[in-house]
Design a protein around this ligand. Structure first.
Ligand SMILES: *Cc1c(COP(=O)(O)O)cnc(C)c1O
Length: 353
């Protein structure tokens, strides 16, 4: 690992621990990991292989090509891979070739898939998010026409806010839909919904974020293990006298003698520019403030009084600066933060594969 590079360490044992926590919380339902967007930036192949070893047998992705890549990564393991985008246009051939199951979102997609004689049949019914899925009326019509899906799925809009009234509304609508398709397995909840209680578990749950360490309810949850750790090396240390400024726009002005550490990471590594000034870095047992603007490759932090030397590694996201706290400080979501790290910084996976 070059000493000048930020690095993202992905702990597969932590991922597995989070999977077990979610599975136990939703005991009785199948836990089907969501590994879209390259496993939320954590490596879809690495994540899925470890989760397979933990007993996961059904995986979700968003895009057809993500499903194709995951199928290749899983080799001859007989995993079910479902694709949220469903079966747009002429995707039937490619879905079939990779043994992918589309989550069908419209009557047209259902026609395309069933006309090709394909099974199983998984349908997405919109219960209030108004994103993808059949309307309640379309679903009722299809039930009346004798459609017999193997899986019905819906998605909660406000699962991360347990007190939101839309949760109960969507649950009631979903249960009405289950009555229309009594033979189908049912799946409503992602990470947030799993923690809304057993009424929300049905036959299958679909966690993404909390597998990767993000709290289900918009804040850090200490029951979840830290999966992603982003660290950057100190490249240079410099001492400022009062009046000196740091970085683009001279945004930081030293009011006292200040020791500055320049880190080899920046927004090209997924550290959101909006992290400064409210975000922080962790070094030698203390939270350090960020100084001035984050640039593409470099970040300045306050190391006054710290026993630091060039080459030392500084934590930007990890056990001491949680994903949720880092996202909050940047005014971003933990989802956004996760998928942005790890494009340039080398990723390394630790823990059993
Ligand atoms: C992304 C997604 C999930 C996973 O959601 P998390 O909040 O990451 O747990 C589940 N279901 C659908 C339909 C999704 O789009």
């Amino acid at each position: 690992m070059p000493a000048d590079a930020a690095r993202l360490t992905i702990d597969l044992d932590a991922l597995a621990a989070n999977y077990r926590l979610l599975r136990d919380t939703a005991a009785g339902a199948e836990t089907a990991p969501v590994v879209k967007a390259d496993g939320y930036g954590m490596g879809a192949a690495q994540a899925a292989l470890r989760l397979w070893a933990e007993g996961a047998r059904t995986f979700y992705v968003a895009r057809l090509f993500e499903g194709e890549a995951l199928r290749a990564a899983l080799g001859d393991r007989p995993a079910a891979i479902l694709v949220f985008d469903g079966c747009p246009g002429d995707a039937v051939g490619r879905l079939k070739a990779a043994a992918l199951v589309p989550v069908l979102n419209s009557p047209e997609q259902i026609v395309a898939w069933t006309a090709a004689g394909e099974t199983p049949l998984a349908i997405h019914i919109d219960t209030g998010m108004n994103r993808l899925g059949l309307t309640l009326a379309q679903a009722a019509d299809l039930a009346a026409a004798g459609l017999n899906p193997g899986l019905i799925l819906s998605h909660l809009a406000c699962a991360s806010q347990p007190g939101h009234s839309l949760n109960a509304v969507q649950l009631a609508r979903f249960n009405e839909m289950r009555a229309l398709f009594p033979a189908a397995r049912a799946s409503l909840s992602s990470s947030g919904g799993i923690f809304l209680g057993p009424d929300y578990h049905h036959d299958q749950v679909r966690p993404g974020l909390s597998l990767y360490g993000g709290g289900p309810h918009d804040r850090h949850d200490p029951r979840l293990a830290t999966v992603a750790r982003l660290e950057a090396p100190i490249l240079q240390i410099r001492d400022l006298v009062p009046g000196d400024t740091v970085g683009y726009g001279a945004d930081f002005v030293a009011e006292a003698p200040t020791r500055v550490g320049i880190l080899g990471a920046g927004y090209a590594d997924g550290v959101l520019r909006a992290s400064s000034p409210r975000g922080g870095a962790w070094f030698a047992g203390h939270r350090r403030r960020l100084l001035g603007r984050i640039s593409m490759d470099l970040i300045a932090i306050d190391l006054t009084g710290a026993p630091a030397a060039p080459g030392d590694m500084v934590e930007l996201i990890g056990p001491n600066l949680t994903l949720d706290a880092a996202a909050l400080a940047a005014g971003a979501s933990p989802y956004e933060l996760l998928v942005r790290i790890g494009h340039r910084s080398p990723r390394q996976w630790i823990g059993a594969q």
